[in-house]
Design a protein around this ligand. Structure first.
Ligand SMILES: [Zn+2]
Ligand SMILES: [Zn+2]
Ligand SMILES: [Zn+2]
Length: 387
């Protein structure tokens, strides 16, 4: 059956080699053809797969692929880092887990896995025609979820989560350390502390909060004036701390920077001890009310640069927020398309005059929480709303 062909750990022995002189030679060189040479190089020329980029077939290897045995060139490494934690609205990763490119993607059907693989990777590394067999299968689980580590040339690395963390710490330019992702059988429900702005609806729609039993999973506070370290420690421990400035036009008794300082104070109480391997995430969102000076202070206090996340309809920016966070992929180019600052301040003035937007500002950052699926249990695989 197709299943056996794909799942057979000995499949590498039955893999057809695409010889250099195949009929495809007459067509112009394509990345596809280049990649088919990987199998030829390994099997005929006895080249070590670690000496080739398994994403594109290049021999200019910069580092090792963190998930599977094989090398990686510099452009593919950059693309991989950029796309590693990018999710689509449907809750699946947006790119192939091997090459971070690929047009048609096959989705792992393990409900706890969100990975996708492109046809080209599967055909060139597992064996020609494998993608069609996978597509015909009703319940396919991916190369990181299968019980055995090898499929054709594709060999999962032992302790790949550790490899992935080391890869990100070594290659990424971010000053923030990446937490090791958590195997699905060890993931626990997330425990959230939210200050000022509420993200219950967003986390609920992503499946992070179990319906009907939310008390204890999410602690929301509007006023933290009298909160001391002992309180936070008694309510905790927490996995995610969220805070925001009030939306524009919202009457509040405190200056905007007060929310930043209070968030920073409470964050210190909620954080695990330095060096703790326990994943701990935080996000501070500014609804465009902080001044330029306040934002500089925020960047210094939170030790990371902000990104601007916008709600764009046609060519009009309807809403935008600034976000400081240590959640992976928040800084990817998908979110950081920066608008000139003047445009944003005009937008802020406009919004102050106009009615507040119908959708809450937290909606804008909803998808930034999706990478937390690699760390925490989620209860619903059907994303209930993308609004
Ligand atoms: Zn490459
Ligand atoms: Zn791929
Ligand atoms: Zn999987």
């Amino acid at each position: 059956t197709a299943t056996a062909a794909v799942l057979d750990p000995e499949a590498e022995h039955s893999t057809d080699i695409v010889p250099v002189g195949s009929s495809e030679q007459s067509s112009p060189p394509s990345p596809r053809l280049h990649r088919d040479l990987i199998a030829y190089e390994v099997k005929v020329n006895q080249r070590d797969i670690e000496d080739m980029c398994i994403c594109c077939g290049s021999f200019q290897v910069h580092t090792r692929h963190p998930l599977f045995e094989g090398g990686m060139c510099t452009p593919c490494k950059d693309k991989f880092l950029e796309c590693l934690f990018l999710y689509d609205e449907d809750g699946y990763l947006s790119h192939c887990s091997i090459c971070c490119a690929g047009e048609t993607l096959l989705i792992c059907e393990n409900p706890d896995c969100t990975r996708c693989y492109c046809f080209e990777c599967i055909d060139s590394l597992v064996g020609p025609g494998t993608s069609a067999k996978v597509q015909a299968m009703s319940n396919w689980v991916c190369f990181l979820c299968l019980p055995f580590p090898r499929s054709g040339l594709l060999q999962r690395r032992k302790k790949w989560r550790g490899w992935l963390k080391a890869f990100c710490d070594r290659e990424a330019e971010s000053p923030l350390e990446m937490y090791k992702t958590v195997p699905m059988w060890k993931r626990e429900p997330i425990r959230v502390l939210s200050l000022f702005g509420d993200i219950k609806k967003e986390l609920m729609s992503l499946g992070f909060l179990e319906r009907g039993s939310e008390p204890g999973k999410l602690k929301h506070l509007d006023d933290v004036t009298n909160v001391v370290r002992r309180d936070v420690e008694a309510w905790g421990p927490f996995d995610l701390a969220y805070g925001s400035t009030p939306p524009l036009g919202h009457a509040c008794s405190q200056p905007p920077a007060w929310y930043l300082f209070q968030f920073h104070r409470i964050l210190r109480y909620a954080r695990p001890r330095p060096g703790s391997p326990q994943p701990f995430f935080w996000m501070f969102m500014d609804n465009l009310v902080l001044t330029q000076d306040d934002r500089v202070v925020a960047t210094r206090f939170l030790e990371t640069d902000p990104v601007t996340i916008q709600d764009v309809h046609g060519c009009t920016v309807r809403n935008a927020v600034h976000v400081w966070s240590n959640i992976p992929a928040v800084k990817s180019s998908r979110h950081s398309a920066l608008d000139p600052q003047e445009e944003l301040s005009l937008l802020a003035q406009d919004r102050q005059r106009a009615k507040p937007p119908t959708q809450g500002p937290a909606m804008l950052v909803k998808n930034c929480f999706l990478p937390l699926r690699e760390y925490f249990k989620y209860f619903s695989t059907e994303l209930t709303s993308s609004l």
